[in-house]
Design a protein around this ligand. Structure first.
Ligand SMILES: Cc1ncc(COP(=O)(O)O)c(C=O)c1O
Length: 455
């Protein structure tokens, strides 16, 4: 009898899904439909990877946010943060709900204008606004949020040259008791720089101050930080009135509310750990109402919410391309969507759910994307049942930032579809083709491939 070769044993921990003292295991093992639409049907028509957005969730999130604030404060305006997701269809859903646009670059400004958003409904943020774009935005009545002194001097120069007075908002940073402290954008409140800037603007005589803006961070899990920001910004607004004699029209609290995604380091899932939107609304509005503005001078509460309104509306549909076992016995899957289009995988433990659960024991699995890059890990560890090449998976929530921060590295960016309220499915971005990548390139004539000479 010949001896069989030695095979190292692999010990696999099995999960039954029963409750333990810390709660239950994942409560669902599969997801076959999004807003009632069969994912199999979507794959059949559009292939994978595929971004799927839910119009119902977009509208619901907008309405929840708007309602939470308007219930508590009489003057509220939401401006959709383009950088979070600037698919035209997504922006248009928010504009349709009443949202203005918040943009941070000249191309985002152009995107909003192309969608028909008038200049006076655009908030123009960002540390670099090229002069040409500032001139256009000023002409069109956009709300310019000044980031630093050099930008202030530039706008002042433009105002002098045009012989007009330009109203601007100042971007302010401050200590709100959270770390890391975001102090690279705007003027610092705590060291007096913000008040100096206000005095400087007033003394210049060419600019007015229509608003104050602060964006204290992103995925902020502590609503109380917004309460502190609101109290401080309201205090500064009073100093604007004292200095210039004119009350500010708006106080803008930027974005930063947490979606229900789960950070890698977080113990509880985001669905339990992220504060409800009402907690943020309560913190901001009670600080503003307590600030004692005369009713006729009550500033509009401006918001530039991004992530919290779009993240859960976005899904990535992907397919398994291979199974493997790592040297230490860990089960691994390779799927056709990686960090090129799921950039937020670096920070968040996204749900990864099979479209069909064919049964079998759940096993801790590392989920790799298709990139030839070691860091292409979609989930370092997730419980999954056995899956075969071709089996589909859904990754969620991925509506925020993944598309705008996607990179075209060795693969083409996928198609995006929107599921409408009536389950109508529309293609809102076609899958890229090779020409989209190579189209802008020019190959010097001397490098043109030599054609084989005809015999
Ligand atoms: C100025 C400004 N406003 C709004 C946002 C949107 O933030 P979030 O997606 O965290 O709501 C950002 C994002 O970084 C921002 O820089």
């Amino acid at each position: 009898m010949s001896r069989l070769p030695y095979e190292k044993p692999t010990i696999i921990k099995h999960y039954t899904g029963l409750a333990n003292k810390l709660g239950r295991g994942p409560s669902r093992r599969d997801l076959a439909r999004i807003d009632g639409v069969s994912i199999d049907a979507l794959i059949e028509q559009y292939g994978t990877p595929l971004f799927v957005f839910s119009e119902h969730t977009l509208r619901q999130k907008y309405r929840d946010t708007h309602r939470a604030f308007t219930l508590r404060y009489p003057k509220v305006q939401i401006s959709w943060s383009y950088k979070t997701n600037y698919l035209d269809a997504v922006c248009q859903v928010f504009h349709d709900e009443g949202s203005w646009a918040e943009v941070v670059s000249e191309i985002e400004y152009g995107m909003a204008r192309r969608l028909g958003v008038p200049g006076n409904r655009i908030l123009f943020n960002g540390p670099y606004k090229p002069e040409e774009s500032l001139r256009v935005a000023i002409k069109e009545g956009a709300h310019i949020h000044v980031d630093h002194y050099d930008e202030l001097y530039l706008i002042e120069r433009i105002a002098k040259e045009l012989g007009t007075r330009i109203d601007v908002a100042l971007r302010i940073n401050m200590d709100t008791g959270i770390l890391p402290r975001w102090d690279r954008f705007g003027f610092n409140l705590d060291n007096g720089e913000a008040l100096d800037a206000i005095r400087r603007v007033h003394a210049g005589g060419h600019l007015g101050i229509e608003g104050l803006h602060t964006h204290i961070g992103t995925f902020m899990l502590d609503p109380a930080a917004y309460g502190r920001a609101a109290a401080k910004l309201a205090g500064l607004a009073k100093q604007v009135k004292e200095t210039t004699g004119t009350p500010v029209k708006y106080l803008d609290f930027g974005g930063g509310f947490a979606s229900r995604a789960t950070l890698h380091a977080q113990y509880a899932p985001g669905t339990d750990a992220s504060p409800p939107i009402d907690d943020y609304a309560e913190a901001i509005t009670s600080a503003l109402l307590a600030a004692g503005f005369p009713p006729s001078e009550l500033p509009t509460l401006m918001l530039e919410t991004g992530r919290a309104m779009v993240d859960e509306a976005g899904f990535m549909v992907s397919r398994v391309v291979g199974n493997k076992r790592l040297a230490n016995g860990t089960r691994a899957l390779v799927i056709d969507a990686g960090v090129n289009v799921l950039f937020t995988s670096f920070w968040y433990r996204h749900d990864v759910l099979p479209v069909h659960d064919r049964g079998g024991m759940m096993e801790e699995t590392v989920v790799y994307g298709p990139l030839c890059m070691n860091i292409d890990v979609v989930r370092p560890s997730v419980l999954l049942p056995p899956l075969e090449p071709g089996d589909a998976l859904v990754i969620r929530p991925v509506g925020a930032y993944n598309l705008t921060q996607s990179m075209q590295f060795i693969r083409l960016r996928p198609a995006c579809v929107l599921i409408g309220e009536n389950q109508q499915v529309d293609l809102i971005r076609a899958a890229e083709v090779l020409d989209d990548v190579k189209g802008p390139e020019r190959l010097p004539a001397r490098f043109q491939p030599k054609r084989a000479k005809k015999a």
